[in-house]
Write a protein of this length. Sequence first.
Length: 177
Amino acid sequence: MTKAKIGIVTVSDRASAGVYEDLSGKAIIAVLNEYLTSDWEPVYKVIPDETDVIEATLIEMADVQNCSLIVTTGGTGPAKRDVTPEATEAVCDRMMPGFGELMRAESLKFVPTAILSRQTAGLRGDSLIVNLPGKPKSIRECLDAVFPAIPYCIDLMDGPFLECDEAVIKPFRPKAK
């Protein structure tokens, strides 16, 4: 069985400059380690809030590193430097707006400012790219909401079969006919 490669990209000027430790990217890795029982390899980067750097990183992870899933954190708010959704849309062949809709709906259960988040998702070649918010606490909330659909999405794109610990997260896959 092929080892899945999963890109984790933290988009943060301050974390990329070493002003503070990247907790959000590490939170994504921790959650994925809890979810996944299949063998996987993280491809991890911390980069600044620069459109061209985000685009180049997503292209590299999708086209060169062959990551079947790329999860970003940060850069999804309304601040002028928050450009992750625009960079994601620029490199994607098709957008998957249901991911952002569901994450915002889930986050609204916890904070009224969830409507300010612009996270989205899209497809580039054989890769699913999902933008998460930048707060470590919201990483788990958002991934818990959308991850049940991710393994099947990757199946439909002929990617690696992601097996999960169903006591932690139960992926949805239609029953075979």
